[in-house]
Design a protein around this ligand. Structure first.
Ligand code: CP3
Length: 346
């Protein structure tokens, strides 16, 4: 066993660990009082994403408070879309003043050069790399192409079930593919630059694809995910792919060449593993709403997931989607304590 690698890296590679590593998607954010304080100082959410000291601070807050095994870059999946040329604001969800609807809109989008156009993200990663102990993995991320494109088309917060984007699938498939191709190229350059700047692992968030019929997911969204992943192969960094709401397509996701699949809370870990086979690690999958309930329930539900995994290697403990803004701090403390102390029966 490579004892020099941190817990996250060992679990990602399916190596034996004494306990699963634990972190939470959206672990930085509104449920933390210190987040509100730093967001105020930064002059708002975009200030956190763009200014070095604030971005570093927001990333480190949850790691410091809870002792998570991973830090995830503080940013947003739409930051590279802004560098492509959309006008982006947040309140608190994304607002895009110039949504992408025509051939001219797609043609006008540029492919950013990461060091020039997204250097502020890379600076945050480099500073984090200097501050984090080697036991804590640094995770970079991007949105997967369909998800980023869906927000660009919708103009920020999606219409009912992303209906503008879903209309485009059938009405203008060529236009959607041209947009997806540009987002894909951007994402490959962007993630490669994040890895060079110190991200040890990268996660692709594909939060919109749960809205698609499975055959459309396979035909329209999945090929671009595979293209991003193959564009990263020689970087050596492991990739986590997470498509909440799309677990019906786990079988199709099994042939994405990633090390880890994120599992949402709508399926059991054991069943998910049956679709994926023995070579993939899994990340998940506590229902974020469990953290809104009693301490006993947090403990029981956390233990239930540990038991379901039955001590197999290749499990990263996480939620089955992002942490909710109304989550009490004590629930997160209980979750972490429970993962650290293991299942009662092992
Ligand atoms: O995980 C982390 O802690 C890292 C930071 C991170 C943010 N957004 C910060 C954020 C990550 C990984 C994301 C991903 C993201 N952003 C996704 C994919 C994951 C998911 O949750 O489905 C999506 C769809 C977005 C787009 C986005 N950004 C939405 C829909 C919203 C509003 C909803 C919400 O939860 O507030 C945002 C804003 C946003 N991104 C906030 C944060 C901390 C809240 C901004 C605030 O403080 O007001």
């Amino acid at each position: 066993m490579d004892m020099t690698a941190n817990l996250m890296m060992r679990a990602v590679k399916g190596q034996a660990v004494d306990r699963p590593p634990v972190w939470m998607m959206r672990q930085a954010g509104r449920y933390l009082p210190e987040y509100h304080e730093v967001k105020q100082r930064a002059g708002g959410f975009l200030g956190l994403c763009k200014k070095l000291e604030y971005g570093v601070e927001a990333t480190l807050q949850p790691v410091r408070r809870f002792g998570f095994d991973a830090a995830i870059l503080f940013s947003d999946i739409l930051i590279p879309a802004a560098a492509m040329g959309i006008s982006l604001d947040f309140n608190p969800g994304p607002i895009i003043a110039n949504p992408i609807r025509t051939d001219g809109d797609v043609a006008a989008l540029k492919i950013p050069t990461p060091e020039e156009d997204l250097g502020f993200v890379l600076d945050i990663l480099r500073a984090l790399k200097g501050e984090l102990p080697p036991s804590v993995a640094l995770i970079g991320f991007a949105g997967a192409p369909f998800t980023v494109a869906s927000y660009m088309v919708e103009g920020g917060s999606p219409s009912r079930g992303f209906e503008t984007t879903r209309r485009m699938i059938y009405a203008r498939p060529d236009l959607l593919r041209a947009l997806l191709a540009k987002v894909t190229e951007t994402t490959i350059h962007y993630l490669r630059a994040q890895i060079q700047a110190g991200a040890e692992i990268v996660q692709l968030f594909d939060s919109s694809v749960g809205q698609l019929p499975p055959h459309i997911y396979r035909a329209v969204a999945l090929p671009f995910v595979k293209e991003v992943v193959s564009g990263l192969t020689d970087s050596g960094a492991p990739v986590i792919y997470f498509a909440p709401g799309a677990m019906i397509s786990l079988g199709a996701m099994a042939d994405i060449d990633v090390d880890v699949l994120g599992i949402d809370y709508r399926i059991g870990l054991a069943e998910a593993r049956q679709h994926l086979g023995p070579d993939k690690a899994v990340q998940g999958n506590l229902d974020p709403a469990v953290l809104l309930g009693s301490k006993d329930s947090v403990r029981e539900n956390t233990q239930r997931i540990l038991s379901e995994n039955a001590g197999r290697p290749g499990h990263i403990f996480n939620l089955g989607h992002g942490v909710l803004p109304t989550t009490p701090i004590e629930s997160v403390e209980t979750l972490v304590e429970t993962v650290h102390s293991g299942t009662p029966d092992d």
